[in-house]
Design a binder for this molecule. Structure first.
Ligand code: ATP
Length: 299
């Protein structure tokens, strides 16, 4: 027995000769935010469709809240935000949401607070055809929040949004997770999901090549850490002579070191005392880790 909301075990999906997913296993607990990453055609949409019960697996098992996707229990537990949300352009935001509210079997009085929560109260009575992409996406999130879903499947939720709208959207997603919803976010926006998710799953050609926290991915990849030192005026030659590394411009020296050598290297830097004016330590970002795990850095 598991508390996980989404459980995927050795899942496989074949479309004719195409193996869209092969032997994928992962799980998602209440309140967890999982980023699902992968190149075009990696299998992200296929996994979401399987979780929604729109297609059936050709192998393995998938359950949502303990039920088979597509059953009433699984559907009632799931919210879905497609990449391009389509609403009726002639309806106002409030009217459209009221429709979803009635379909979800909830009282229409929840509309006002929900529109307020997603920052659409000011535009609630305007027709959706006048909404910007960001406003439509907020309405989509409002719809996804209805009925306190146990699992939210969000396909590229921030695509086409400006930085402020993206920030607001991730704050809403965080709110959903805090209330206990398990959130799966399929995305290509690596730097964005890096800070906003608990775990990261990377699909490559239908196979799950990584599934861990950012720290876990970093530890396993053992990719070098970048240390950039700014030397005091006139000290760059001596800093480079004593530490090695590469001269970046007049005053900066860059060293790459293995994670297990980091503390030793920092000790050697500290021993340089006043020769060093500043230091930046940069672990590999999700972009570099993504290339590592998906094999794109071997091509
Ligand atoms: P993108 O980032 O481009 O949206 P994706 O990771 O969502 O890609 P999928 O749409 O899941 O990828 O597709 C996975 C693979 O399965 C691709 O090779 C795709 O061509 C194939 N595929 C998906 N649906 C079908 C189908 N109905 N018939 C045949 N092949 C399909």
């Amino acid at each position: 027995m598991t508390d996980d909301i989404l459980v995927v075990e050795n899942l496989a999906k074949r479309h004719g000769a195409v193996e869209a997913l092969t032997d994928v296993s992962l799980s998602l607990a209440p309140g967890q935010r999982l980023a699902l990453l992968g190149h075009n055609g990696a299998g992200k949409t296929t996994l979401i469709k399987l979780a929604l019960g729109l297609i059936a697996p050709t192998g393995g098992r998938i359950t949502v809240a303990g039920a088979r996707p597509g059953t009433h229990a699984a559907r009632a537990a799931t919210a879905y935000l497609p990449e391009s949300v389509a609403f009726h352009p002639a309806l106002t935001g409030r009217e459209q949401l009221a429709l979803f509210v009635r379909l979800a079997g909830e009282p229409t009085r929840v509309c006002g607070p929900l529109l307020e929560r997603v920052g659409l109260a000011h535009a609630a009575d305007r027709r959706i055809r006048t909404y910007s992409k960001g406003m439509r996406q907020r309405l989509g999130i409002a719809q996804a929040m209805l009925g306190r879903p146990r699992l939210a499947l969000l396909d590229e939720p921030a695509s086409g949004l400006d930085p402020v709208s993206r920030h607001d959207l991730y704050a809403l997603i965080d709110g959903l997770a805090r209330e206990g919803t398990a959130v799966l976010i399929a995305s290509h926006a690596l730097t964005e999901v890096e800070a906003r998710t608990d775990r990261i799953a990377i699909l490559s050609a239908g196979r799950l090549v990584a599934h861990d926290t950012l720290a876990g991915l970093r530890a396993r990849a053992a990719m070098p850490i970048r240390l950039r030192l700014t030397a005091r005026d006139g000290a760059a030659d001596e800093v480079q002579a004593r530490l090695g590394g590469e001269r970046i411009n007049g005053a900066a020296v860059e060293i790459l070191c293995a994670p297990q050598e980091k503390m030793d290297t920092l000790g050697r830097i500290a021993a340089l005392g006043p020769l060093v004016a500043d230091l930046d330590v940069t672990p590999p970002g999700l972009e570099a880790l993504y290339r590592h795990y998906s094999g794109e850095d071997r091509t």
